[in-house]
Write a protein that binds this ligand. Structure first.
Ligand SMILES: Nc1ncnc2c1ncn2[C@@H]1O[C@H](COP(=O)(O)OP(=O)(O)OP(=O)(O)O)[C@@H](O)[C@H]1O
Ligand SMILES: [Mg+2]
Length: 295
């Protein structure tokens, strides 16, 4: 399988701290890959490196056969890679449709086009995507009035405006009511199959990743700890150790109890590892309690 995205030996340091310490990762065209790991393991920093939001200290990143290691973020967007951010970035005072229009002008074209009239093709693409993401009836709603889940879907829509081949999603389920997480997974699956878009998904909700991805990469302390199917990584003792191993870290979440790594038939989603990790993102998100159905 030819890689759409291929990164080798990516290193990112902040002063004396090595946030990403020589990571190899690849995503094939149309593939959905999960990227999980404990808090502070370097997932967002790796996204920043891959999408060229941050310069790397070492390593090589190729996208669609092009060396993008030295390119800027909007050049990479033009080549067909886009991303969302851990903290939702929508303009709350603009309508849902206006956010969609602005995202392509900003992300794929550049500052001069930002103030240009929105052309018919852009409006048409926005409407098509909003319908696909079940936000069509909200297109004239102020983005600030959307629920957390609806705003996550809007962000995904904004990332798709430039017709990317790969989208990097940073915690698409963070702050989303658990009952709506399945809706977001369903819409991502639809985008993947209908528009052949590949996804690299950073998630704390391991069940979400397991439902969507055949391959999951686990980061720990800036390095790849494990890689495999969701079932394989759930049963990997080193993964369980990374999440639960340090007794001092146990205080992070008293409810996290490791599943039995030896259980032969444990299905993904049934083990306590999956339950305990599910939804352990930004639980304090103020929108988490006021979710509404997206359809
Ligand atoms: N701009 C920065 N300056 C200094 N240190 C940073 C910066 N960004 C991240 N770090 C550090 O790099 C490490 C990795 O952080 P990162 O945000 O990439 O982790 P993460 O896996 O995304 O965590 P989380 O699951 O909490 O989102 C952490 O120790 C973090 O404190
Ligand atoms: Mg992060």
């Amino acid at each position: 399988m030819t890689a759409l995205l291929e990164a080798r030996g990516v290193v990112k340091r902040f002063g004396g701290l090595t946030a990403v310490g020589g990571v190899d990762i690849s995503v094939a065209a149309g593939e959905m890959v999960g990227l999980v790991g404990p808090n502070g393991s370097g997932k967002t920093t790796l996204f920043d490196c891959l999408s060229r939001v941050q310069p790397v200290d070492a390593g090589l990143i190729r996208f669609g056969g092009v060396d993008i290691t030295g390119l800027r973020a909007h050049d990479v967007a033009r080549l067909g890679m886009s991303r969302t951010f851990q903290i939702i970035r929508v303009y709350r005072d603009l309508s849902v449709a206006e956010n969609m229009h602005l995202s392509i002008q900003w992300g794929a074209l550049g500052v001069p086009e930002l103030f240009a009239r929105t052309d018919a093709a852009t409006r048409c693409r926005a409407d098509e995507l909003l319908d696909l993401l079940l936000l069509g009836r909200l297109r004239h709603e102020r983005a600030g009035n959307l629920s957390g889940g609806q705003r996550r879907l809007l962000e995904i829509g904004m990332s798709l405006m430039s017709e990317p081949r790969l989208v990097l999603l940073d915690e698409a389920t963070s702050g989303v009511n658990p009952t709506l997480v399945a809706d977001i997974a369903d819409r991502i699956r639809a985008v993947n199959s209908e528009q052949q878009v590949a996804f690299l998904l950073v998630e704390h909700n391991v069940q979400f990743v397991a439902d969507l991805c055949e391959r999951v990469v686990v980061l720990d302390q800036g390095a790849v700890l494990a890689e495999g199917t969701p079932g394989e990584i759930m049963r990997d003792p080193s993964v369980i150790e990374a999440y639960f191993g340090d007794p001092g870290e146990g205080a992070r979440d008293q409810n996290r109890v490791p599943s039995d790594p030896g259980a032969p038939d444990e299905r993904v989603g049934e083990g306590s590892l999956h339950r305990s990790l599910a939804g352990s993102g930004d639980a304090a998100d103020p929108d988490a309690g006021r979710e509404e159905p997206v359809s």
